[in-house]
Ligand binder design. Structure first.
Ligand SMILES: Cc1cc2nc3c(=O)[nH]c(=O)nc-3n(C[C@H](O)[C@H](O)[C@H](O)COP(=O)(O)OP(=O)(O)OC[C@H]3O[C@@H](n4cnc5c(N)ncnc54)[C@H](O)[C@@H]3O)c2cc1C
Length: 384
């Protein structure tokens, strides 16, 4: 079905979208099967993505980026989701970490890290979650205590996306363990040859199997004080909170694109599969189910487009981003489940995209702040 162009899309962005779609389909999607088997992409995928202009698209050219804005970022996220390329989390690297550096980094930090992130020389990750602290970030136990010209980092992190390849990790740590949220700081850790830093297991996941998700350990790792993001202690919690609407919207952007693909796959399947001497698509149940899915996907896409327009205008607030994140990821799982059912037994076979989508989509309700936390945020905004 033809989808109308959103108001934020212009002719240049449409061309950009076409070229990004081709890149993901030709350059990356064919490698996914191998990456899924080994549970991570090959390291050189980052250099390749950098050389093709896929990294840091919304970082100014002065720092080596593409010079675009959130519209470019949303297009890349959407096309990557549509192509089902999970092997490298460009969202974490370009759309999230690079923007932490751009927004809070000192001039020296921006110059030091952003150009190398744009080429793929450095791979970025964000380490907030710990074995004992996920939703409740204030209770992280990792500490970064000042000692001379360094911070000494101790603690462990888990579920870290890009964790296997990451060379530059933004670690959420307490610089003052007695000060609650005001004691949280963001420390940028350059991991190459860093004594006291160790990667743990590559975690075996239900879906998104080509993406490296790892445990990280810091045992007295010494990080230069100049790597404290923004150069001032105790700012970390506020910095995290300010960036969350954009991160959550990007999760919704990916979920909306996945829903679209799930329906397109299912319409094609239902058109070719014969049951009781007629195409599956001819059955009223199939038509009604797909009509329901199409309606949900259309409403989701329009809401996401509205949020993108608000983000571009600088007016996207925390509750609205939370609505987009929980609702679109929830609908994505529901739509995919209906589509899988219409595939019958083939829908359960991993060689069919719909089966992988079913497994890949589930985490959308958990990461980036769980959907229960999203509802807390929305309800907080409603309180009299
Ligand atoms: C594939 C994957 C990739 C990830 N990537 C990263 C990453 O790159 N960096 C990173 O730092 N983290 C990452 N995470 C971690 C993710 O952000 C956390 O899993 C998530 O925030 C939930 O935290 P938790 O797992 O500790 O669950 P918990 O916080 O223990 O929550 C357990 C359950 O309790 C519910 N709950 C908790 N608090 C409340 C409340 N106040 N009210 C109602 N319900 C509540 C939750 O919704 C959930 O259902 C990733 C996770 C996965 C699975």
């Amino acid at each position: 079905m033809d989808t109308p162009s959103p108001a934020w899309m212009d002719a240049d962005l449409r061309l950009f979208q076409d070229s990004i779609r081709r890149l993901f389909e030709k350059e990356f999607a064919p490698h996914e099967e191998k990456w899924r088997k080994q549970q991570h992409a090959d390291r050189d995928v980052w250099r390749r993505a950098g050389s093709l202009g896929l990294l840091c698209v919304s970082i100014p050219e002065a720092y080596g980026g593409g010079g675009g804005n959130f519209a470019h970022e949303a297009i890349v996220a959407s096309e990557q989701a549509r192509a089902m390329v999970h092997g490298f989390s460009n969202n974490v690297h370009s759309a999230i970490l690079a923007h932490y550096i751009l927004n809070y980094g000192t001039q020296d930090q921006k110059r030091r890290w952003l150009p190398r992130m744009a080429t793929g020389e450095l791979v970025g990750a964000i380490a907030m979650s710990e074995p004992g602290a996920g939703s409740d970030l204030k209770s992280v136990r990792t500490t970064a205590m000042r000692d001379g010209g360094d911070y000494v980092l101790n603690g462990s992190k888990t579920f870290i996306t890009n964790g296997l390849h990451a060379d530059l990790i933004c670690v959420v740590a307490k610089t003052d363990p007695s000060a609650g949220a005001r004691g949280v700081s963001l420390l940028m850790v350059e991991t190459r040859d860093l004594p006291g830093f160790r990667r743990g297991r590559l975690l075996e996941k239900l879906g998104q199997k080509s993406q490296d998700t790892a445990e990280l350990f810091f045992d007295g790792a010494r990080v230069p004080a100049g790597n404290l993001l923004g150069g001032e202690e105790g700012r970390g919690f506020g910095q995290l909170m300010q960036q969350l609407p954009r991160e959550r919207l990007l999760i919704a952007v990916g979920a909306a694109a996945t829903m679209r693909r799930a329906i397109d796959e299912t319409v094609a399947y239902a058109g070719s599969r014969e049951v009781f001497g007629q195409p599956l698509m001819a059955l009223q149940n199939t038509r009604f189910k797909l009509a329901e899915c199409e309606t949900v996907a259309t409403v989701a896409a329009r809401f996401v487009d509205d949020c993108i327009a608000r983000q571009l205008a600088g007016t996207l607030d925390l509750p609205t981003a939370a609505m987009a994140k929980w609702w679109v990821t929830q609908m994505n799982c529901q739509v995919i489940d209906e589509c899988l059912q219409l595939h019958g037994g083939y829908g359960y076979m991993l060689e069919y995209p719909i089966a992988r989508m079913y497994a890949d989509a589930r985490v959308g309700k958990i990461y980036g702040g769980s959907n229960e936390i999203m509802k807390e945020i929305i309800a907080r905004g409603m309180a009299a």
